[in-house]
Design a protein around this ligand. Sequence first.
Ligand code: ADP
Ligand code: TYD
Length: 210
Amino acid sequence: MGPGLFISFEGIDGSGKSTQARMLAERLRQQHRDVVLTREPGGSPGAEEIRALVLTGEPGRWSAETEILLFTAARRDHLEKTIEPALARGAIVISDRFADSTRIYQGATRGDLRSIVDRLHKMVIGREPDLTFVIDMDPAAALARGLARKSGEDRFEEFGLGFQETLRHGFLALAREHADRCLLIDGQREPEAVAAEVAALALERIGDLA
Ligand code: ADP
Ligand code: TYD
């Protein structure tokens, strides 16, 4: 058993991360690979409880500082209970969001809190994905897709279009900053076209590791 491979999907709300994470998982399972498809906030029973706290209610319910603590607590549980055991047995873990979301949503939208995010990450998480797909697209189009779903977990989408534009620029800068692991993907295409590019890049990376 190898050390596994940890893949994350990042991007603004409605950019197609969940769709693409699912399509990649299906593609790799068809090849009989051991795949764990998971998500943040959530991915373990404890972290799913925290998810309900952070994603429902009034947009102003939590300050950005409190959110950093809640999302990081959820991530620690997700890492301990789901991600690390899967990687240890050699699985491919595909997570719909990970720490980059905290860097951008909490670290770069309501004041510059990035150093708090980074210090806390170093102290209690200390791990990055091997590969991160940053799905990029126009926030107005993504917001229209996202709100059409009305999931009841729309607290961040309710911050509005300006917020999503700030997020997009944050993710683009992050992809440049972490060019070693981040691959920028144009999300404004048919789902199958995006999935084909994502699968080719993931298989290339899996091949490099084999
Ligand atoms: P995210 O996880 O980034 O919020 P989703 O994968 O949940 O995004 O997609 C948001 C909505 O847009 C869903 O209703 C989904 O079916 C739709 N969708 C996803 N990818 C595409 C695409 N490439 N083109 C058009 N609609 C899409
Ligand atoms: P998600 O379910 O991926 O929402 P969407 O499908 O709309 O992209 O994530 C829920 C929300 O949580 C999303 O608006 C981003 C936010 N979030 C943070 O603010 N910080 C974090 O660390 C994470 C993981 C998510």
